[in-house]
Ligand binder design. Structure first.
Ligand SMILES: Cc1cc2nc3c(=O)[nH]c(=O)nc-3n(C[C@H](O)[C@H](O)[C@H](O)COP(=O)(O)OP(=O)(O)OC[C@H]3O[C@@H](n4cnc5c(N)ncnc54)[C@H](O)[C@@H]3O)c2cc1C
Length: 415
């Protein structure tokens, strides 16, 4: 069967792209390896800025609304701060992703869950066939053939939304370079309700993990507890998770559903589109390095990919390269600043934590950033010429960290 667009993967990026395309009249096949609903290792935090990148009302799957943060440094004493308006929504990925996939199907996408993409052939038959995928769009070249466990499908465009270990990028010859982080998370269940003190607060413990942090996120009937770090520090995550639990008064033996997963951070400029293929979300490495947040960019890149695909289908663009240009212009600059701030912050967290505690201005900037009212680029504009110092010290901090990692590598490998 032939479609205008095949989307591989029904996470936040894939379902967003599929829904927007189907809503504009394209014939869309949304292929998902797992039978839905399925869970995914994730804190499920959807910040206000992420929600603003989505044109759907997510309230049916929001379990808690967060107004405040409990900060601590290296599991030490903490302090809490509260904002007058919501900062983030708390969801469970099994519910959020099922909701988004249902909306894509409602818009007209054919949703095949439990059907994994196994092989991709770009420009099948030398690219000589043309189709409009049975929709009202003009005839465009059949750009891809996709083989699954059940069938083979063809389409003009393939959107690889198959996550951090995605196959589409490799199969289509797209190999974006990633710096890799990992995160581990688990749940502390409660029989009826979570403690009141957690209902509107998250906890963030910073400074004790290489490039990452620990968190406590409240859900309907459990607390999600997690830790993330650069991949070379993965061996520190389990003991750290247990200590994080104890820090907040939970017995680590109560943890359920312990799971880990990669967080890919794209090296700017590396390829995420070629001919009829584009990668979105984690498949493109579009995770915010400082916050570890990926749902925001999954929504945003899904939207950009849908817009580029519509341009190809209507004959206004020859291929999906405009998508990569749009990501590089509109999303990547934010991620690049975030990457520098991550390096700076993790070099010496105590002063930033002290400023967060004492400075109303700094706290408000953090809140406006999370809410999408200010951006990392606004921060760079605000500090003016000091941005040169940020560049300099971030690069120096990165060099120092990498030298340390290189020196420790034989010890880490030797266990
Ligand atoms: C422990 C942890 C905690 C996190 N917490 C947060 C958080 O609180 N907030 C936040 O914003 N981000 C968080 N992230 C990051 C976030 O989970 C990802 O950035 C986000 O899921 C990316 O969405 P996506 O749609 O690109 O990919 P995914 O959500 O990974 O979806 C990819 C989909 O593709 C499917 N798939 C894979 N291969 C195939 C195939 N061959 N054929 C068909 N389907 C396939 C998968 O089954 C999956 O459903 C966290 C990550 C981790 C690891």
């Amino acid at each position: 069967m032939t479609y205008d667009v095949i989307v591989a993967g029904a996470g936040p990026a894939g379902s967003t792209a599929a829904r927007l395309l189907a809503g504009r009249g394209a014939s869309v096949l949304l292929l998902e390896r797992h039978a839905f609903p399925r869970d995914k290792p994730c804190g499920g935090g959807v910040t206000l800025r992420a929600a603003a990148a989505q044109d759907l009302d997510l309230s049916p799957v929001v379990e808690r609304t967060i107004y405040g943060v409990r900060f601590s440094l290296r599991l030490g004493p903490g302090f809490q701060r509260r904002f007058r308006a919501p900062l983030s929504y708390m969801t469970q990925r099994c519910r959020l992703d099922a909701f988004l996939a249902e909306r894509a199907a409602e818009a007209g996408a054919a949703f095949h869950d439990g059907e994994a993409v196994r092989e991709v052939d770009v420009h099948p038959n030398g690219g000589s066939g043309f189709s409009n995928g049975g929709s009202g769009f003009s005839l465009t070249p059949v750009g891809v053939a996709v083989r699954t466990d059940r069938d083979t499908y063809t389409a003009s465009i393939l959107i690889g939304a198959d996550g951090a270990n995605g196959l589409v990028g490799r199969a289509a010859g797209l190999r974006p370079d990633f710096e890799e982080a990992v995160a581990l998370e688990a749940n502390v269940p409660f029989a009826h309700d979570i403690p009141d003190a957690w209902k509107e607060y998250v906890a963030l413990d910073v400074g004790g993990l290489a490039g990452g942090y620990g968190w406590v996120f409240p859900k309907g009937q459990h607390l999600n507890v997690g830790v993330g770090a650069w991949k070379y520090a993965a061996f520190t995550l389990r003991p750290k998770l247990a200590r994080l639990c104890r820090r907040y008064g939970f017995d680590p033996a109560r943890l359920e559903d312990l799971r880990g997963h990669h967080l890919p951070v794209r090296v700017p400029g590396t390829p995420i589109a070629s001919g009829p293929v584009a990668l979105v979300g984690d498949a493109a490495g579009l995770v915010d390095p400082l916050s570890g947040e990926g749902i925001h960019m999954a929504f945003a890149s899904g939207r950009l990919a849908a817009a580029s695909a519509l341009a190809v289908l209507s004959g206004a663009a020859p291929d999906m390269l405009a998508y990569q240009r749009a990501v590089d212009r509109r999303l990547q600059p934010e991620l690049t600043v975030s990457r520098k701030l991550q390096e700076l912050f993790n070099f010496a967290p105590p002063p930033y934590v002290a400023v967060m505690r004492r400075s109303e201005k700094f706290w408000l900037f953090f809140c406006h950033l999370i809410r999408g009212e200010l951006t990392y680029l606004d921060f760079v504009r605000l500090i003016g010429p000091l941005r040169l110092a940020v560049d300099f010290f971030a690069a120096a901090a990165q060099r120092r960290r990498l030298a340390k990692v290189a020196a420790l590598a034989p010890l880490i490998r030797g266990g």
